[in-house]
Structures are given as structure tokens and as C-alpha cells.
Design a protein around this ligand. Structure first.
Ligand code: ADP
Length: 228
């Protein structure tokens, strides 16, 4: 499903930001990628989304070798990977329904399907009643749930969450994690990049730890590995 083979990325001369990483993630897995600030997590994500090219190595996502993927085909990759971010990135001047529908309009989904799919996604994230609200009328946890509905509305096989609980209190963080677990149970491969130790320890999922651009551990069912 996701394969990084001997992947390195150097921004400038010196130690690479990502240094010869090998990572394989199977369909249906739930994986945390953890590491302190500067470890190389964002660089890895950006390469998986083809926002950045690796200096060397090979990345295969859902059968597609990203090096061979033409620029104009990059939007297709976004159909394979739904993404949510720490800062939600909702459209402020659109209501909840429009924020989710927008992701479908971009890929030219027929209106009939949008009308069916948007409410289904909003009820999955527990926000069916708030479809007319604007982002500023929602709590952080609710905004993140809208972002999740938007990321999943095109039914991507992979969900990538970049620090999804970074702006949330513990209660909301926990609710988002439970939702991610449910999404995973329905068959979506889920990758969560975070440094939220409590969440990682509590979930007991696969944990890949990055330090200075290198994978220093990959635990099947683990907690956050603490720095000395
Ligand atoms: P993380 O997401 O784990 O905080 P990053 O992938 O952002 O780590 O950064 C990894 C390393 O690469 C850091 O040393 C950072 O300073 C460096 N880096 C990140 N982006 C750039 C860039 N655009 N130009 C130069 N160096 C960068």
C-alpha cells in the first residue's frame, strides 16, 4: 500500500533531513509516526504527497511510483490520500456542508452523489445537525471533525493526519483518536503524525519513531519512546 525504499532528502549540504528510510505500511494498518520537532516527519509527509521530491530512493503509494507520476496526475494522488492538518484548514466563508462538498466538486463528482455523500460523512463524524454552521461557530474538535469528513468524502484508501490533535484539549483529542480508530476499522489505512505522547501510549498501535531523519524504532504495538 505504502512503500518507502531507501528514501533520503537533503535540503542543503550536510546531514540529510531524511536519511535512508525504509518503511512499509500495509492496507488496513493504523500507524503512528512520532518524533521530536525537526526529526523529519513533515519532510516524509510532503514526499508522500509529492509536494517534495526525494533526493534519492523510491516511494510507492497504492501501486503508484511517485517518481513516475506526472505533475498533472498529482491530484489523482490526492484521491488516494485524504489529509487532515493541525490547523484544520477549513474555508472560513463556507458552511460545514459546503466545506465537505467542496472536496467533491473539485473532483467533479455529480451533484446527486454529493447530496447523498456529504450528509453521510457528516453523520459519521457526529455533525449531521451542524451542516449550516460556519467554522467560527464550531469548537476546535468540531472543526477537526469537519476536516475529517472532507478528507474522507472521496473515499480514499489512505488517511494521513498531520498532528490532528495539536490544537485540541485532551477530551477532544481523545474523541478524534476514537474517530480515527473507527475509520480504520472500516478499512481505511490511517497514518497519524504526532508528538502527543498520551494519545500514542493509550492507543497501542504500531509506532514508528523518527530521530534526526532516521527510523530508530518500529514497534508493532507500542507507546511513545522517550528521549533520554
Ligand atoms: P519535523 O516535521 O519532524 O519537525 P521537518 O521534516 O520539518 O521535521 O524537518 C527536518 C529537518 O529538515 C530539520 O532539521 C529542518 O530544519 C530541515 N528543513 C525542513 N524544511 C526545510 C527547508 N525547506 N529548507 C531547509 N531545511 C529544512
Amino acid at each position: 500500500m505504502i512503500d518507502l525504499q531507501d528514501v533520503s532528502k537533503s535540503y542543503a549540504a550536510g546531514i540529510p533531513a531524511v536519511n535512508n528510510i525504509n518503511l512499509h505500511i500495509d492496507k488496513g494498518e493504523f500507524v503512528f509516526i512520532v518524533g521530536d520537532s525537526g526529526a523529519g516527519k513533515s519532510t516524509i509527509i510532503k514526499m508522500m504527497l509529492k509536494e517534495l521530491e526525494p533526493t534519492s530512493g523510491k516511494i510507492v503509494i497504492n501501486g503508484k511510483n511517485l517518481a513516475r507520476l506526472k505533475r498533472r496526475k498529482v491530484p489523482m494522488l490526492r484521491r488516494d490520500i485524504g489529509v487532515v492538518f493541525q490547523d484544520f484548514r477549513l474555508l472560513k466563508d463556507r458552511n460545514v456542508y459546503e466545506n465537505v462538498a467542496f472536496a467533491q466538486r473539485v473532483v467533479e463528482t455529480p451533484v446527486k452523489i454529493i447530496r447523498r455523500r456529504v450528509p453521510a460523512m457528516l453523520s459519521m463524524v457526529g455533525l449531521a445537525e451542524k451542516y449550516r454552521s460556519y467554522p467560527k461557530e464550531l469548537s476546535g474538535g468540531e472543526q477537526q471533525r469537519v476536516a475529517l469528513a472532507r478528507a474522507l468524502v472521496n473515499n480514499p484508501p489512505i488517511l494521513l493526519a498531520d498532528e490532528p490533535t495539536g490544537n485540541l484539549d485532551p477530551k477532544n483529542s481523545w474523541e478524534i483518536m476514537k474517530l480515527l480508530e473507527e475509520i480504520n476499522n472500516r478499512g481505511t489505512t490511517v497514518i497519524v503524525v504526532t508528538h502527543n505522547r498520551e494519545v500514542v501510549d493509550a492507543m497501542q498501535k504500531r509506532v514508528v519513531t523518527i530521530r534526526k531523519g532516521v527510523i530508530v524504532s518500529d514497534e508493532r504495538k507500542g507507546g511513545y519512546i522517550y528521549e533520554d
